[in-house]
Design a protein around this ligand. Structure first.
Ligand code: PSU
Ligand code: MN
Length: 305
């Protein structure tokens, strides 16, 4: 299994030195943001993690290997590629065995992070139960992954393109704790409020690390959602996002968009309909999550000693 993993020099050195490492996904680069903001954001997020004393490991599939940590050239390749595949759990063996270029979703990044011994993963938003899932059955594989794979996922909640109430119910059923940072409410990606409370509020990295270490020491395998709200200055008005989301959802239905294409379609449409303002908000919240993730990785590493 380890023969499928390729570590960047920076990540390899961090592992030897016992430095905290933070995993980053790559679907956000290939399918979540347009070029060149995607590559620029990826680099800035990595820089923030380094500034906070941890080592970033962006994960992607290249030439039949799982890359843990990408070079500048590899980030650029992924950011510019029009045919990088969006890779979730079911796609991993195909993309690796066919030696295609693959960008990992939250689910696939969790799998690869666990294989590489990385406990903390930073992203923008997790997938969830889609609106209308009672007839479409569209439930992101991210949720099942959170149920089974032991990685802490720092995010800004989940987008309101999803049914947040059902998403939280699903996570509860599968025993996935949802922890909010700095407020009681579960954040909704572009907005700080969702109308739903998180399960537990833990503001400091030490408290979060104690919680996570306790869960795993008890043998309660599986992920933890650390939901960190978008900074006030970068949040979008809730009513505006709701209206635009409704429109994007209607267009997706009219155009027959289905399966793994749904989420990228909605993300791109929301960006267009907000005149690019949603992208600004998206970039700000990922950077904000990078800081929280680096601090958490530090606190968890201290636990092991
Ligand atoms: N939500 C976002 N931005 C993203 C994604 C989700 O706000 O870029 C990406 C992540 O990679 C996530 C994936 O894991 O979409 C979920 O896709 P699906 O809904 O098809 O499972
Ligand atoms: Mn889906």
């Amino acid at each position: 299994m380890q023969s499928y993993l390729v570590f960047s020099e920076e990540v390899r050195a961090a592992r030897v030195a016992g430095k905290p490492v933070v995993a980053l996904e790559s679907t956000i680069i290939s399918h979540g943001m347009p070029y060149p903001q995607n590559v620029q954001t990826a680099r800035e997020v990595e820089a923030i993690i380094r500034e906070h004393g941890a080592v970033p490991a962006t994960i992607a599939i290249m030439n039949g290997k799982i890359h843990i940590g990408l070079s500048d050239a590899e980030l650029e390749l992924l950011g510019q590629s029009a045919d990088a595949l969006k890779v979730s759990r079911r796609d991993l063996p195909y993309v690796i065995s066919s030696k295609k270029l693959g960008a990992t979703t939250v689910a696939a990044t969790m799998i690869c992070a666990e294989l590489a011994g990385i406990a903390v993963f930073v992203t923008g938003g997790i997938g969830g139960v889609h609106r209308g899932a009672e007839t479409s059955f569209d439930i992101s594989a991210d949720l099942q992954e959170l149920a089974r794979t032991s990685v802490a996922v720092v995010c800004a909640g989940a987008k309101s393109i999803l049914d947040l109430g059902l998403t939280l119910e699903y996570l509860e059923t599968h025993g996935v704790p949802v922890i909010s940072v700095g407020q009681a409410e579960f954040p909704a990606f572009f907005t700080r409020d969702s109308g739903f409370r998180a399960d537990f509020q833990l503001d400091s990295a030490t408290e979060q690390a104690d919680f996570i270490a306790t869960k795993w020491t008890l043998g309660l395998r599986g992920g933890v959602v650390i939901a960190n709200p978008v900074p006030v200055a970068d949040a979008m008005p809730r009513a505006e996002i709701e209206g635009i989301t409704q429109q994007a959802l209607q267009e997706a239905a009219q155009q027959g968009v289905s399966g793994k294409a749904v989420t990228p379609f909605l993300l791109a449409r929301i960006k267009e309909l907000t005149g690019g303002r949603s992208l600004v908000s998206n970039i700000a919240l990922v950077k904000n999550n990078a800081k929280v993730g680096a601090q958490l990785a530090h606190a968890l590493a201290a636990h092991k000693k």
